[in-house]
Design a protein around this ligand. Structure first.
Ligand code: MG
Length: 388
């Protein structure tokens, strides 16, 4: 490993002291395992990435997305000589706080929470690992290392930073926050590589976007042309897989080569020098960034705004808004363990804010299908009486 990699023996540690009962794993491997074993991780299997979970079995979910991010991130970390275990732990945890129904869910919950500090999925991911998972006898949360938590908290406002302690120090001053570890920077960028590419695959499968339009973009067209020039009678599905495979490969290689050159020029000797640098050192080259951005903008305007995706978003807004409102008006409709949470948070945050936060935690933790079932139980007057 390079001297500027995160080293588990030099970790800034966990919030609560623990007697180590594991012999064969390092601290970041323990973090990864804690993430994999937690409830929020299993729920990712039933949460929307772009396509609602029950639209088809082949579309990405938050879980398969997280696995793809972890796989791409580890390749990059390994090639650069960074800490693969930490990278993997951050990648697997990065979306734990996502609401049901993808970005539509997060937007709606954020609107509902406007008067109570808002809702943001990456802050919620930190909240899940710090507070909401209950698996250990001596403390709430998973008690992850500082470095994993630092990687989970990708952005946060100056105001929120003040309430989060040392993990958010880099956000607590005016202007650009200082960079996190390189391992965290890798996950941040590989998240984008993963979703750009898998959303093209899923978008084509759903027929919401077309190869013809994608060929307007250099990153896609260069590889598509190379594949169709080499193989003349390949099925369209295989052409697409091979094209995307090559796109991911080119982007990963570009990140590795560009970042290594930047690190070579700077010659940092310790992780703290990474954190004090002016900018992120894990990046695409300028040209690759442009190509990547073109495609990303295309997906934003064509795929995420497709009328079928918008209909899904519209319905999810309705579900989340109505659930939030009904529970705010009458918390006694909540399941007992959530009502206990309401009381706990009311003591901490005050009546309305505490109630709202507990309800946001409850809704954010729902899978797509659970939210739909809960909506049915509460708002469908003619069905669901047997199982309210
Ligand atoms: Mg993600």
């Amino acid at each position: 490993m390079k001297p500027y990699a995160a080293q588990d023996i030099a970790s800034e540690g966990r919030q609560y002291q623990e007697s180590t009962i594991t012999k064969y794993r390092n601290e970041y491997q323990r973090d990864r395992d804690r993430v994999i074993h937690c409830n929020a991780f299993r729920r990712l299997a039933y949460k929307t990435q772009v396509f609602i979970n029950h639209e088809g079995d082949l579309f990405r979910t938050r879980l398969t997305h997280s696995l793809e991010v972890a796989q791409i991130s580890r390749t990059v970390a390994h090639a650069i000589g960074l800490n693969e275990d930490l990278t993997e732990a951050i990648a697997l945890a990065h979306d734990l706080g996502h609401t049901p129904f993808g970005h539509a869910g997060q937007e709606c919950l954020n609107q509902c929470m406007q008067s109570y500090g808002g809702f943001e999925h990456n802050l919620q991911s930190l909240r899940v690992v710090d507070e909401l998972e209950e698996r250990y006898p001596d403390f709430r949360g998973l008690n992850l290392t500082f470095e994993t938590r630092e990687g989970i908290l990708k952005h946060c406002s100056q105001k929120q930073a003040k309430t989060l302690g040392s993990v958010a120090t880099r956000f607590s001053t005016e202007g650009q926050p200082s960079p996190p570890s390189l391992e965290a920077q890798i996950v941040d960028l590989c998240d984008e590589i993963a979703y750009n590419n898998h959303d093209i695959d899923d978008g084509l499968r759903a027929k919401f976007i077309t190869v013809r339009r994608l060929r307007d973009f250099r990153l896609f067209n260069e590889h598509y042309t190379a594949v169709t020039d080499k193989w003349h009678n390949l099925s369209q599905r295989r052409v697409i897989y091979e094209t995307i495979r090559r796109m991911i490969d080119e982007q990963i290689n570009n990140v590795i080569d560009t970042s290594l050159a930047q690190l070579d020029a700077l010659q940092p000797s310790h992780i703290d020098e990474i954190r004090m640098a002016d900018e992120h050192l894990i990046t695409f080259s300028a040209l690759m960034y442009q190509k990547h951005l073109e495609l990303k903008q295309f997906l934003q305007s064509q795929l995420y705004q497709h009328y079928r995706v918008r209909r899904m978003s519209y319905k999810s807004h309705m579900i989340i808004k109505r659930l939030f409102d009904v529970f705010m008006n009458d918390p006694y409709l909540l399941p007992l363990e959530t009502l206990v949470e309401v009381q706990r948070l009311q003591e901490q945050l005050g009546n309305d804010a505490g109630r709202a936060r507990a309800i946001a935690d409850y809704i954010a933790g729902m899978t797509d299908r659970y939210a739909i079932v809960e909506y049915e139980r509460l708002f469908n007057p003619i069905s669901g009486f047997e199982n309210v």
